[in-house]
Design a protein around this ligand. Sequence first.
Ligand code: ZN
Length: 421
Amino acid sequence: MNDAQGYLNPQRTVAELKELRALTGDEDGAQRVAFTETWSKAREWMARKMAALPVESHKDAAGNSWFTLKGASEKSLLIGGHIDSVPNGGWLDGCLNVMAGVEVMRRICAEYDGLPPVTVRVVDWADEEGARFGKSLFGSAAFSGNLDLDEARVLKDKDGISLPDAVAAHGIDFEKVKDAGVEVADAAAYLELHIEQGPVLLDMGLPLGAVLGTFGVERHAITFRGQAAHSGSTPMNRRKDAFLAAARMAPEIYEITGRNGGVCTIGSCITKPGIVTSVVADCRITLDQRHLNADSLATMLAEAKSASGRYAKDAGVTVEWERLWQIEPVLFNTELIDFCDAAILETCGVSHRLPSGPLHDAAEVARAGIPTVMMFVQSLHGISHNKIEDTLEEHLELSVRALDRLASKTMKWISNQLPHL
Ligand SMILES: [Zn+2]
């Protein structure tokens, strides 16, 4: 441990996460759904923690909560996360990120006596999860300029309350949320610690990993169309069976990922007429394909299209594709990935680089052109968005230490880019 890390108290982060769990959770898990009272209570609790430090705090036009320690330079290191959770969520998803940021902020305040060489900011993004309106990354997408206002304006929750009304109840003018873009000024780097939410680090027996970027996604509906026919009177060789073609696609997605890497999922299958006595006339499946490399993702899509055409022909049916959603892969900054790797190696002697399957606020920050990296800490059971979500406390403490080292390396990197007078 170096001297600076003597100011750091990772056990305090674990204790504070338990405090937050007691304050905003119940027997079903975390209940900090964005734009609710419990969410506000969690944010006020976090603001009280920050009030002990010499930091300026404000909410931007999208409701993102900023805590700024002014440095000798305006150029800023950003450390972010989200205190909002899904309903019945886990105790770590999102809040570990911000509470580790609070602890790193405490260390920097103490080490530099309130005036670090560069400005340091902790941000709690508003509504990362999108649990209430089905739209993830609200605050960070407003910040990056990628939020589609027309799409968000008409969203309603299950009680019929519109997103603009819900945010208004929290002091946010929906039509002005993109003014949050002013916060991009002077941002020189962004760091985000997160639980992995998957089993990769667990299976490798590693506490921490450096994240290369977030997967690009291609999401399509594929509809095979054949002909309904009596299940008793139609000989097997006379059928136009839409289900047969769709079913043959299922093993194909394993071949495609075997050749290209990435992941593919057929998540839904609807047959019509959908009765026991008819050959399937229409079969609609959904295909979700993800890869970190844009070219590989394009290849995966092309291979799936060509396979669907082949199986349609074999079954005597037709096939149509409809794109449901798509996003490019977001690659993190290579220098920051190196720093992240080094910080992990210094902290626990072994590191691993891995992509992120889920999207995170960090992807939006990177899309805003700010050099970005994420660090993952192992998830027990490889499970998240569930009250059983958990991470060993010793791993949580290591993650705070490693994030702190990464923050130091990144501050130095930002300083070195400053013009020397
Ligand atoms: Zn999260």
